[in-house]
Design a protein around this ligand. Structure first.
Ligand code: TMP
Ligand code: ZN
Length: 412
């Protein structure tokens, strides 16, 4: 029996994504043999409704000196975080000596927006390389895992916070209880915690099984966020849907009764009940969709190979690790993978061992098809690589279902 990390009830498995490697661990050939794998099983808690993975690899294997994910690689995300910061500044950091704390600040893509008006800030980031990149932007960053031990130190150096923010971070923290206990101490009485994470409804609606990988221990919904918040005396006062990461929700939390609750919160709560996200059957039917999607993608790639077509992949994402390992796609079907992150280039994709090449070389690759492993960046990548479609190249996407685009139009 596996128990829920939130309410200790017994969890029900609904989707098995097979043996998976560390999603962001792009590796060298000499590391292939000892590569770490774990079973990626997705579970639902019938009591608190939290969707979570069964087993998570040790944190020091996932976050370290060579963490391969730099948030700042996308210009679209840079704009997104400017807007996020503007909202936080305008609504919650209006006092003369405001202090904002970011958990998991990565390379500082969000936090840098507080520098210019000179707002007191602190980022806490466990991965050394990205923490250094944030410091190079002039930010104050502690290179540590966030833990309750840090709370007295933060309060000693900065005082309590007006806002604690985290983007795609809370879903990475298995010890949610201690995070909420820390928030209770860290936040001023009417201060807010704002967390933006991939949203259950978008994953369900798109059949986006690629949101599940080692780092994403939870997939939040309003119903599960309500449960955790209530457990610690907080409540959700705003829920703003975002387009990022294929669909995310920005939850604003504060101590119960401190602020008025935005009507959107009720709207999303009701929507989730209408869609039956409180019932196991919905997850079982989602699992069937994912399995069909896997079969369809593999069948398409095999068919193209048998026709002698060259298919490459684009964007060496953590999501792509789940896709290639769940579907069983290796270099025999996809000979190479293009990506703009220098740290990934010259290495091989986790588990599937597809060589990663510099994205600048994509223009010269004669491939007829390209599998886009970053569907969340489709607009930006299609614009950057428009010559591919112009010369007759076709994009393959695996969400919302497996389909092929020719000149922007779906052909299968
Ligand atoms: P993400 O989907 O987790 O945000 O990861 C984005 C990955 O996609 C990262 O490895 C960089 C890569 N990428 C490109 O190679 N070219 C691009 O234009 C964009 C936006 C991302
Ligand atoms: Zn539970």
């Amino acid at each position: 029996m596996v128990s829920c990390r939130i309410c200790r009830s017994s969890l029900t498995p609904f989707l098995s994504l097979g043996q998976q490697p560390l999603a962001n661990h792009f590796l060298k050939p000499q590391e292939f043999e000892a590569e770490y794998f774990y079973p990626l099983e997705i579970m639902f808690c019938p009591f608190c409704k939290m969707v979570q993975i069964m087993e998570q690899p040790p944190a020091d294997l996932m976050y370290h000196e060579e963490y391969a994910f730099y948030s700042g690689t996308s210009s679209h995300m840079r704009r997104h975080f400017e807007d996020f910061a503007a909202q936080v500044k305008g609504q919650y950091l209006t006092g003369p000596d405001a202090f904002v704390l970011e958990l998991g600040c990565n390379d500082g893509i969000l936090l840098q927006n507080f520098l210019d008006p000179g707002i007191r800030h602190l980022g806490v980031e466990p991965s050394g390389n990205v923490a250094r990149a944030a410091r190079e932007r002039g930010l104050i960053v502690w290179n540590e895992f966030f833990s309750p031990d840090l709370v007295p130190k933060i309060i000693r150096d900065f005082g309590q916070a007006d806002a604690v923010v985290g983007a795609n971070v809370l879903n990475h923290m298995p010890e949610l209880d201690t995070v909420f206990q820390s928030l209770e101490k860290l936040l001023k009485p009417d201060a807010v915690a704002i967390f933006e994470d991939p949203y259950l409804h978008d994953v369900m609606r798109l059949g986006a099984y690629d949101q599940f990988y080692d780092e994403h221990v939870f997939l939040f919904s309003l119903q599960s966020m309500d449960f955790v918040s209530k457990k610690f005396g907080f409540e959700v006062v705003a829920a703003d849907h975002q387009e990022t990461h294929g669909g995310s929700m920005r939850y604003t939390l504060c101590r119960k009764g401190q602020r008025s609750v935005h009507p959107d919160v009720k709207h999303w709560r009701e929507r989730e009940i209408e869609l039956k996200y409180d019932r196991l059957e919905s997850y079982q039917s989602f699992a069937k969709t994912c399995e069909s999607s896997r079969d369809a993608l593999l069948a398409l790639l095999k068919q193209l190979k048998s026709q002698g077509k060259r298919v490459v992949a684009y964007a060496a994402t953590a999501k792509g690790t789940t896709v290639s390992n769940f579907c069983g796609i290796g270099p025999e079907l996809i000979p190479c993978l293009y990506d703009s992150t220098p740290l990934k280039q010259g290495k091989f994709s986790p588990g599937s061992h597809i060589p990663v090449l510099d994205a600048v070389g994509f223009k010269d690759d004669p491939a007829e098809y390209a599998l886009l492993l970053a569907p969340n960046h489709a607009r930006e990548i299609f614009a950057k690589e428009k010559s591919f479609a112009q010369r007759g190249g076709r994009w393959i996407l695996h969400v919302p279902r497996v389909h092929v685009l020719e000149d922007g139009k779906e052909i299968t």
